[in-house]
Each structure stands twice: as C-alpha cells, then as structure tokens.
Write a protein that binds this ligand. Sequence first.
Ligand code: GLU
Length: 445
Amino acid sequence: MDARLEAIKDTVLARNPGEAEFHQAVVEVFESLGPVHDRHPEFLEAAILERLCEPERQIIFRVPWTDDAGRVQINRGFRVEFNSALGPYKGGLRFHPSVYLGIVKFLGFEQIFKNALTGMPIGGGKGGSDFDPRGRSDAEVMRFCQSFMTELYRHIGEYTDVPAGDIGVGGREIGYLFGQYKRITNRYESGVLTGKGISWGGSLVRPEATGFGTVIFTQEMLKTRGASFDAQRVVVSGSGNVAINAIAKAQSLGAVVVACSDSSGYVVDESGIDVALLREVKEVQRGRLKDYAERRGGVTYVDGGSVWDVDATVALPCATQNELDGAAAARLVGNGLLAVGEGANMPSTRDAVAVFQEAGVLFGPGKAANAGGVATSALEMQQNASRDSWSFEHTEERLTEIMVGIHDRCAATAEEYGEPGNYVLGANIGGFVKVADAMLAQGLI
Ligand code: GLU
C-alpha cells in the first residue's frame, strides 16, 4: 500500500477498534487508491480519505418488542448514514444475529462506492438489527418491524435517507416498515423505502435485480475473453433472493447451475437447479435446501461442507461476507474456474481475491457486480418521484444498460491506470473519484 495511505489507514483502524469487517473493506479500497493520489494531490490536502472513512452520522437504538408468548425481547437497531455527496443516503437494512456496528459500517462503506458506480444520484448508508427472523411468526416479525420503525422514522425520508432490504429483509418486512412509517408521519411518502410491493409503489424487476445484475455483469466479463454463459457449469452459494435470481438468469442464458447452498449444507443437482421448485420451497414455504432436495429427488444433499468443493467454470458467491476463503479459491482454480461474480457483499476474503487475480480468473467484486439491486432501487425512486410505473421490459432494459455501463467503466478505469482486467482496481477508483470530486466541490462538510 502507498505510504501516504498506509498512515491514514492505520489511524482509521485505530479509531474503529474491533470492527474487523469494516477494517477489511477499508484496506481493500485503500490498496487500489495510491495511483489516484499521485494524479490528484488535492484529495490528500482536503483529507478526502479521512472524511470518507468517518460516517456522517451513526444511529444506534433499542428495539423492544414482545414475542408470541408475551415475553419482552430487546434487540439493537442501527443506521449508519455514511456519505451524502451524491444523493440521499441509500442502502439496505440487514436483520441477522451477526449484525453489529462493524458489519453495518463495512456494508455502508462499500455502498458509497457501489452507488457511485451506478451513475445514479444516491449516497451511501446501511442499517439493520441483530434480530433473527428465522423461526419467528409473521406477527412477531410485524411487531419487531413496527418497533424498529418507531425509532427509525425520524432519521429517514425521501430526500434524506432511503432504506431497502438486505439479508433477512424482503418484501414482507418492507411492507410492515412502510405501513408504520406512513402511520406515524401521516404521509404517503413512497420514495422513503424501496423494495415495496408492486401495488403500493414498488418497481417491477426490483426483486430480481441483484441476481440478474450479477449475471449480466459476469456475462460482460466473459465477453472480454470471447466467452458467454452458454454451457458454463455454474456454482452459486446461498439460496435467498440474490442466489435464486442469479440461478434463474444464468440458466436463461444457457448455463447449467449445478449447486447452491444454505447455512446448513448444499445441494448438487447435475441436471440444473429447478428454479420454480426452489422458489416455492424458499419463498413460499420459507423452508430449507434440505426440503428442496427431498422434493426434487435424484440429487445429492451434503450436510455441512463447502459448496466450493463442487467444480465449476463460473462461481457466483451470493450468500454473505467472507464465505469464500483462500483455500476454497485455490480448489476452484484447480478445478478449472474461469470467472467469479460476487452477488453478495464482500463474500471473498482478501486471500481468495489474491488467488483469483494471480490465476488470471475474471473477478467481479460485489460493489460492481451486485450493484443492480441498488440501481433498480434508484429506478424505483424515479418512478415514485414521477408517480409512474414502468413495464418489466423497460425496467429490465434500464438495469441491463446500467450493468453494462458499470462493467465498461470499471474496465476502462483499470486500463487507464495500467492494470487492464483488474475490476477491483477499476471499481474502487471509479467509485472513489466520483465521490471525491463531489466532496471537494461541496467544501469542508
Ligand atoms: N442491500 C442491497 C445492497 O447491498 C440493496 C440496497 C438498496 O436497494 O438500497 O446493495
């Protein structure tokens, strides 16, 4: 790392102790930014990096609610409003027991660059709670969401901060959150949340957008080597919203997706995952992959283990952070891997990224490859602002244009800085320069 940036990085790490994921996200970005500071000493003078690493505002709050047995439960809620240079804070809410400030800050930090890369007018933020929705009834989830919004509402707004979903927060939760916001504020402010239902201000394609976008980005990378998804053998990790839609899109382009996973195990389905059945098991029944394997029949279910043991030409990690380590990356490379598109946020460890890059594997980092979700959220905001709703075809066309645009910008930036094909460098520099220029123009705030 560049010596000037190393000193800033050390200060950031010391000021934010115990936040390993945030440290990882910061280090990964700083490693790309040396050459930018050679060309733009004004960024150093204006302390852009120090300011970028300090969220504009961090909100932590108590979320009390009662479970179905009438017992009082207490969770912790977060919203980190990281950077508003390009637009209102924008980013999802994650409900998962692993959530703490370090996770929310890593996600919020990544979101700044991701949102800048989309070319849409959105700043970066993220939030969530250590609430675990698994095994909770609809009524419990509703009471939790209502309590969460009873504090959050005062901090958000269509021109201020626009949350959406992430792990553990889908259409059901956004509905309960929106209902409570509307009730408290007495405003039908559609643009305050994205990922809404289609009859009450949501956008077509938003549910599919992250998974579809990841595949579109990966397809663009494959094209640079004269390849496509056609006949690729694909392994996807996860089986939530991002994974399911990545599987659907990859298979529509001619790939065979032979495996996917959940936190208990993975399934190998050599004839290609049955997306309709997977949707029904996961989204309608809220079941597990084991249930998919039982209903599908003739497939292998592996309890525990790593889905990255399955050989593939394309890997799409769509589960969660740090799910793919250096050893898994080496196994995939040994098995003939061609490309990786990250559907999740920071799923590959820094060791894994190094293995992929040394082996010359096409590697699309999450902040570029999975930006289709937030980009379509910005399209939802556009529709809300104009009280319009677009067709599926038109919205998907916009998403495709945006993803191809992100790919091309990352590729062109990597080339400009002398590292053609390095999408990590291209994404980090491309996102950073846009935000840094806007911060410089807006003065010391
Ligand atoms: N949680 C998603 C992400 O990681 C989407 C955020 C949004 O739509 O605002 O980008």
